[in-house]
Design a protein around this ligand. Structure first.
Ligand code: AQP
Length: 326
């Protein structure tokens, strides 16, 4: 059975970009592969976090994992900081990664832009991500398109170490969605939808109320020609909305364009609001049922034990290859 690993940062409410780009795949894959899904809280502290808020967000993400349909009997679900092997392997990999490679990462460039100095962890973030993936002998990594560059680096590090020390790591493959791999911000279709963007109307979070969803979609950036047509270059805002519509409804882009010939943006946006609400409503209901339950903590503790066991096997192999330890 192929092995899958992926994670989400507990940096705020999960939005429909995270859901359509990554999480939807998590659920599909658990039916056919051996899946490990992590809440990557060590990644989130690369930017300042309020401790109370961080713990709350970690449990929110865990509850959302279950609410979207992850099943703890099929997938391992745990918090990254509960398995120390992630940080330990990251150090070993860091000693085999070059500053030139890390300087080319676009996420680092974006997040450190206009800062005189940035935390070293923000710079080495992709190495921790490589450790997360390589620890579980991962074959397939379902992530949004924005993480593709980090996955390429993971592959380079794995191949480099395999060449130098003999076969140590499985070299993982990227898996992306056809529609939804990169959901753009509702207020700026040139930027990706993000949890940490200042404007709350730039995104739809999975825990947003129907009123907030309506407001954000109605305010979303379109253009002045009034045609519901897909053209990323000329009509990026409308194209983004059509992609979201397509990903939630399962309708093809062509069918959506045909359905709205002669309709205005108002009608299209109202329908989109309904489609999003009917997909998100049941997720919110399950989230509310599980979020404050003992079951959630039991699942995370069990996931931690199972993940730690697997991680230790890989870490021992790596240490042996590198001549570390007794
Ligand atoms: N806009 C997006 N479209 C499609 N996929 C996306 N992902 C993120 N944004 C989009 C995918 O969601 C998964 C979890 O992302 P993450 O929380 O680990 O970090 P991120 O990519 O940095 O996401 P955000 O929302 O932009 O968070 P902040 O603002 O905290 O940095 C990943 O698979 C990612 O590709």
């Amino acid at each position: 059975m192929k092995r899958v690993f992926s994670g989400v940062q507990p940096t705020g409410n999960i939005h429909i970009g995270n859901y359509l780009g990554a999480l939807k795949q998590f659920v599909e894959l658990q039916e056919e592969m051996d899946c490990v899904y992590c809440i990557v809280d060590l990644h989130s502290i690369t930017v300042p976090q309020d401790p109370k808020e961080l713990r709350k967000n970690s449990l929110d993400v865990a509850a959302l994992y279950l609410a979207i349909g992850l099943d703890a009997k099929k997938s391992i679900i745990f918090l990254q900081s509960c398995v120390p092997a992630h940080a330990e392997l990251a150090w070993i990999l860091m000693c085999n990664t070059y500053t030139g490679e890390l300087s080319r990462m676009t996420q680092f460039k974006d997040k450190s832009r206009e800062k005189e100095s940035a935390p070293a962890g923000l710079f080495t973030y992709p190495v921790l991500m490589a450790a997360d993936i390589l620890l579980y002998d991962t074959d397939v990594v379902p992530v949004g398109n924005d993480q593709k560059q980090h996955l390429e680096l993971t592959r380079d590090i794995a191949i480099r170490i395999n060449n130098k020390y003999g076969k140590t790591f499985v070299v993982p493959e990227y898996r992306g969605m056809k529609v939804g791999a990169r959901v753009m911000a509702l207020d700026d279709p040139n930027a990706k939808m993000s949890k940490s963007a200042e404007n709350i109307h730039s995104r739809i979070s999975l825990l947003d109320t129907p009123e907030k969803i309506k407001k954000s979609i109605m305010k979303s950036t379109t253009d002045s020609d009034g045609i519901i047509g897909f053209d990323i270059d000329q009509k990026p805002g409308v194209s983004n909305l059509i992609s979201i519509y397509s990903a939630f409804s399962g309708s093809s882009i062509k069918d959506i364009e045909n359905k709205y010939v002669g309709s205005g943006y108002g009608t299209f946006k109202n329908d989109l609001v309904e489609i999003i609400n009917s997909a998100i409503g049941p997720i919110q209901q399950r989230f509310n049922d599980i979020r404050h339950s003992q079951e959630l903590l039991t699942i995370l503790k069990d996931g931690q034990e199972r993940a730690a066991f697997r991680a230790e096997v890989t870490l021992s192999r790596v240490k042996e290859r590198f001549g570390l330890g007794l």
